[in-house]
Structures are given as C-alpha cells and as structure tokens.
Design a protein around this ligand. Sequence first.
Ligand code: ATP
Ligand code: MG
Length: 417
Amino acid sequence: MTKKKLQSIRGIHDGLPSQVRQWRMIEDAAKKVFTSYAFSEVRLPILEPTELFVRSVGEKTDIVSKEMYAFEDQGGDHICLRPEGTAGAVRAYLQAGLTRAGAQRWFYMGPMFRRERPQKGRLRQFQQIGAEFFGVSGPIEDAEILAMAQRFLDVLGIKQTRLEINTLGCETCRPAYRDALLVYLQARREQLCETCHERMDTNPMRVLDCKVESCQAALKQAPEMLHQLCDVCETHFEGLKAGLDTLDVKYELNPRIVRGLDYYNRTAFEFITDQLGAQGTVLAGGRYDGLVESLAGPATPAIGFAAGIERLAMLLPEAEAKSLDVAVVALGEQTLHHALIQAAKLREAGLSVVFCGGGSAKRQFKMADREQARFVVTVGEDEMKAEMLMLKNLNTGEQAQVSFAQVVAAVGETKAC
Ligand code: ATP
Ligand code: MG
C-alpha cells in the first residue's frame, strides 16, 4: 500500500532555516529603525471577530468579500484569521482606553491570512511588518512615517524600490470627484473588465487600481483626485511634499494609487519594485482619519503602513551572512572532553558553535564544511598541552595556533552585524 504524502495547504509555506534567517534580518532592521522613531512593538491576536473587518476594511472589498478565512467556532462565534493588522490595532487601541493617552506609535509583525490565488509573492499565509501612528493629523507626521519606511528599506540594503504617493481627498472633496470619475467610467464601460464593472457600483475609485492592461489604457484620461482637492486637502498634500523634500525622501506622484481598503483618506503611498511583476508593492499604507470613529471611538486621526516580509526577502541583497561562527574539531580520543569544554566556552563568549563530535578527522572536517562554518578550531594533543587552539579561517585559509582569547577576538571581529 502506498502512503499518501502529507502536504501543507496551497499558498501556505514553511519557514525553513535559510528563510527564517532572512526574515529575522528584516525584523531586526524594523525593530531598530522603528524604535529610533520611538515606535513600540505590540503583539495582537491572530483571531479576531469577523465583524471587525467587515466594519473597517469594508464589506465590498476583495479582502472581506472573497479572501477571509472566516468561520463559526464551536460556541457559535463568528471569527476569522486576521487578513491585515490595522483594524486589530485600532480595536486594541480603543479597548485599552488609550484615546486620551496622547499620540500612540505602534509597530507589529506577524502572520496574516488571505485566500488569494497563490503565485510568486502572493501567499495565503504571509507575514507583515506594520506601523500605526494614532492621534496625529499633520502632513509633517506623514512625511516622517514615510522617511521611517524609507530608512527601513535603506538599512536592509534594498535599493530597487521607488516611492509613489497620492492623495485620496476627504469627505468634503471626494464625493464630487467620485461623481466625475463615474461619468468618465460609464462612458468607457465597454472597454473595462468585469471586475471594474463591479467596482463601478461598489467603489469606483478602485477601478483606477485595475491591473488589466486594456483597463489601464481606457483610464489614461481619467480625472484625477489631485486636481479636485478641497483647500484643506490641498494644503495637507503640499505640506507632505515639502516635508519629504526636506527629509530628502525621493517620491513620484501616482494618481492611480487608491489602496484596496475602504478606510483611507488623504495621503496614500506605496513602495514599488519592478522586480516582482504584478506583486511589485512591497510596502503600502496611508492616512485613515475616519477609522477610529467608525469603530465607535472618538474622532482620531491616524496613519500607518504594512510591508510584506516575504516580498522584502525576495529583494534582499544576495550576500547572506553565514550564521555559524566556529566548528570545533577534536583530534584523538584524549582531547574529546577538553574540546567539548572549549566549544561550551566559545558559546558563552557569544559565538555560535557546532561541536563536530570527535572521531575521524576527515568526517569532522567534512562536517565543518557542510555546516558552512566561518572558522574551524582544532584541538589536538599538542594544543591541549599548550592550552592553545588551532584556528583556521575557512574564507582565507589562514591558520595559526592561538589562545582562547585570541580565538574569541578574531572570530568576533569578522562577525556580520
Ligand atoms: P497587492 O496589491 O499586491 O494585492 P495589497 O494592496 O493587497 O497588495 P496591503 O493590504 O496593503 O496589500 O498589504 C501590505 C503589503 O503586504 C503588500 O504591499 C505586500 O507586500 C504584502 N501582501 C499583501 N498581500 C499579500 C499576499 N497575499 N502575499 C504576500 N504578501 C502580501
Ligand atoms: Mg491584495
């Protein structure tokens, strides 16, 4: 009888050591940069009431209407695996009663779930790093949060992205724009795809975001929000651009950026790369001044963004730091325990160490090679008697008999980050 192999769910992947090493680099960079902007980490639940997303992300959005993993649990509660982080952050902010505690700067990282069609860069379980800034309304804060996102990408050495910004207006100026857009779209209905037809009924601005080429061609002359802003939105947008110029954050205007969720207003932005095809947006966000109030809180302006960890990982520069510092080789049976102690002491000194287990020298050196250690420390009888260690740099081939302290210094000196 053949046994059927067990497989993970389509679009849901394991994080194996080489991937997790990259994810940790990304997470470490986020922690470092966001903390320098005085953002604090929050850890929020993965399961949330389904209603939270229906009310915030919007019933008619793709995420809520088609992509949520939502179900009724054994107690009859309607819950779902969170598809994004902002709604949960707002819920937590309100539930903790922080609305009078002054501006809150939060960041989070963790898995999100969307039942999308799996493809490169589009998964059903993926990870996001997000930041939310509650209680600030000015364009200067928008510029700062964009500078923070840019710094995060810079620290990671990701150079192939461009920042595109747009403004979505507000309740005062958007309705008239929407109407004008709808008139334009209706005149070109035939040239637009099925999905665009649906969006014309639910949220016409989302038509602008359609990835179908023939739709984009039909949208060439579409009216732009940029040209129909009320005075307040106009001033805000000018302030944002001036702030970005001051902070030397390069950007391009893209009147097509609308974001897929209902709650955004004014500033919207995406960091985009041409290297990941249709999955080119690696970090995206915007201002969502109405969301806290719509979830039954006091009127609270806010802005945030989220980046996909897996997409960022695909853009990381090749040179991946080897994680193993030292492989310890024991030559001859008498040295086994002495070498074992040296391995333990090297770990206490902060190095990552594999003990090759003694026995055949050939097998141990082969193991050191396979483990991709940067250095090999060999303990032979001579070294044991002299209280020295043989240190070999596997990158350069250099070898010398040195003291324990010299091993720690030499290996530590060449350690990445
Ligand atoms: P896209 O236009 O690519 O579908 P989105 O607008 O749905 O993106 P957001 O909801 O703004 O994306 O999420 C922010 C970031 O999270 C995206 O820019 C992307 O890097 C990442 N992301 C979103 N959905 C997925 C997914 N299914 N798989 C992997 N990463 C994703
Ligand atoms: Mg999407």
